[in-house]
Design a protein around this ligand. Structure first.
Ligand SMILES: *[C@@H]1O[C@H](CO)[C@@H](O)[C@H](O)[C@H]1NC(C)=O
Length: 363
């Protein structure tokens, strides 16, 4: 026999659960600092755009990439798991992962909370993306324009405008320019020295930021260069095959020089562009601290990547045939000879959110 009050009890319970969970969802949406997050740049924040480029040499949509990702899938992210753009949207309570703009499975509603236009192998120097057939920053802006058109169709003019003015934009580039195109391959050393090359990169970054502003972006996070001389690949290129403890100072100096100039340019743009909020984030010092004091962060190995020997393996060189790949990537700072592990990215984003107070600096 069914007791009526018992039925009523479950009715109230379900009403309560329904009411309060939608209430909680509404609250979360209301508290959200940014309606969307949009990234531009290189492999640090590319969730798989390059999978859709026929000729690109910068790919990672094969094992062992993605080994520790949800379902162990190689999505085209250049790591064993999530990348910084994923951790940022997750920490902001927006969504679990930031998808690639070129992902054919994107639903219209995915566009409303943001995407990434970034492409592994690209940089502020147009030659950088050309060398590996990735999407240049200029072409990433063209895709962004197309995206704005789609937003207007889905959400209308007014909501699109809110997404652009209140959304968080992020730009991560310069590592491929400085480490690969300038130092490793020496290509740009035919025309530039490190002073004129970093000037050239900052001019290019400034043009990009002004164009992004011109398209409607207002809150823009600009990230500096990491300690490039500490990348396992830099040590290999600089001839430090045996003695790998020390970072290559020449690369690190260049990273600092570029970051200082970029930071000054960001300040200048911030005061010149009306209603703009551009914020420079230093990633050099927090990452250097991690390299100099790995045990503090739970790392055991910081001088080579987990994949293969970790001395030369990046992109196609880190593949299913790479022997000797480590079993526990969390104890490594680098996943391949160039890209950090998910664990490093997690610590880096936590630093940007907590210590560098990302949300507060945009309010
Ligand atoms: C992997 O390494 C991390 C960091 O050193 C450690 O905390 C974790 O327990 C290790 N996991 C396994 C399964 O050994």
């Amino acid at each position: 026999m069914q007791c009526p009050s018992f039925t009523m009890f479950w009715f109230y319970v379900s009403v309560f659960v329904f009411c309060c969970s939608t209430e909680a969802a509404r609250e979360l949406a209301g508290n959200k600092k940014f309606p969307a997050v949009i990234f531009f740049g290189d492999s640090t924040v590319d969730p798989g755009n390059n999978n859709h480029l026929l000729l690109s040499l910068a790919k990672s949509n094969f094992p062992p990439y993605g080994r520790d990702f949800i379902g162990g899938v190689a999505t085209g992210r250049f790591s064993n798991g999530k990348i910084p753009s994923d951790f940022i949207v997750e920490k902001l309570g927006i969504k679990e992962l930031l998808p690639a703009y070129l992902d054919p499975n994107l639903r219209p509603e995915d566009l409303l909370t943001g995407v990434s236009f970034a492409s592994g192998g690209s940089g502020y120097d147009p030659l950088t993306s050309e060398l590996v057939s990735s999407i240049s920053l200029e072409d990433q802006l063209k895709m962004f324009q197309e995206y704005i058109g789609k937003l207007k169709e889905i959400a209308g003019e007014k909501r699109t405008n809110t997404i652009l003015t209140k959304g968080l934009f992020g730009v991560v580039a310069s590592s491929n320019d400085i480490a690969n195109v300038y130092f490793d391959t020496h290509i740009r050393q035919l025309q530039y020295n490190i002073f004129t090359y970093t000037d050239f990169l900052v001019r290019s970054a400034s043009t990009f930021l002004q164009e992004l502003y011109g398209l409607g972006a207002r809150k823009i996070a600009v990230f500096g260069a990491p300690p490039l001389g500490c990348l396992p690949s830099s040590k290999t290129f600089a001839g430090e095959i045996i003695s790998r403890e020390k970072c290559v100072e020449l690369y690190n100096q260049a990273a600092r020089l570029f970051s200082d100039k970029l930071s000054a340019e960001v300040d200048r743009l911030n005061s010149n562009l009306a209603d703009a909020k551009l914020v420079f984030f230093d990633i050099y010092n927090p990452l250097l601290d991690l390299i100099q004091d790995p045990n503090k962060y739970g790392f055991e190995i910081v001088d080579r990547g987990c994949c293969g020997t970790g001395i030369i393996e990046t992109s196609v060189l880190c593949n299913p045939l790479s022997f000797n790949t480590c079993t526990n990537a969390s104890s490594y700072m680098f996943w391949d000879s160039y890209h950090p592990t998910e664990q490093t990215y997690k610590i880096m984003v936590s630093n940007i959110m907590k210590k560098e107070k990302l949300v507060k600096r945009f309010s």
